[in-house]
Design a binder for this molecule. Sequence first.
Ligand SMILES: [Zn+2]
Length: 128
Amino acid sequence: MKRRTEAYADFVQHPRYGKLPRVTGLHPKEDFLLGRVYLGWLARPDERVPDTAIVANTARQPNATFPVTHYFDLKRRCRDCDRPFLFFAEEQRYWYETLQFYLGVDCVRCIDCRVAERGPERGRVAVV
Ligand SMILES: [Zn+2]
């Protein structure tokens, strides 16, 4: 297994969150039927970074039929420059709870491409 810094060496550096996953030690298992843990379908299992979850404040998510209970750091590949980057758990919390983006809005472009074109919020795409 590669060391963490090597595994993420090619990832795009985010000015606020960095480039390495933020390990919290939290790794809840999906438990949709009981309603205790719902990670949302943007958090595909192969893209979740283990042990990086943070607890969501579901009351702050806008109009969520199925509120997402936890955010994980998610691996993404930029639609424009094809570089890998992380859609950080804390970034998701900011998007969905502070900026009030709909939970179906995904991050498809790295921060560099977002800033280079129209400002930091350009890279989001509503996929629902
Ligand atoms: Zn990019």
